[in-house]
Write a new protein. Structure first.
Length: 120
């Protein structure tokens, strides 16, 4: 495992940790909600294990464990842009509305925010 962080634009290898930097400061509860939304997108598109709990590294940044080698997709890199697009959307709006329970969502959004991802 490398110690060097790779941006979402130049990721070309397996990763085991995700760093998320937000456009605004979040309290711990809101950061947990943010990572629930990101984790939903990762499970949906990368089909791997759950995203780990966030660990604060700054007032606007967190890291979490995620072992991409546990993905059920052999071509996870081909789904990567869709994964990050969904993570950004779900962070703002929440997971997609449930079909069987009206307009409820499994994971609520946290409202307008911009996210930057890095991986190692």
């Amino acid at each position: 495992m490398t110690n060097r962080w790779h941006s979402e634009k130049n990721l070309a290898e397996d990763f085991y940790e995700v760093r998320v930097t937000a456009s605004r400061a979040l309290n711990d509860a809101t950061a947990q909600a943010l990572f629930a939304a990101i984790g939903y997108a990762f499970r949906q598109h990368l089909r791997g294990e759950d995203l780990g709990l966030p660990h604060r590294t700054g007032d606007r940044s967190w890291t979490a464990y995620y072992d991409i080698t546990k993905s059920a997709s052999d071509d996870w890199l081909g789904h990567f842009n869709d994964t990050l697009a969904a993570a950004r959307l779900y962070a703002v709006e929440g997971s997609p509305p449930r079909k069987t329970r009206g307009d409820t969502r499994l994971v609520p959004g946290i409202g307008p925010i911009k996210l930057c991802f890095a991986f190692r």
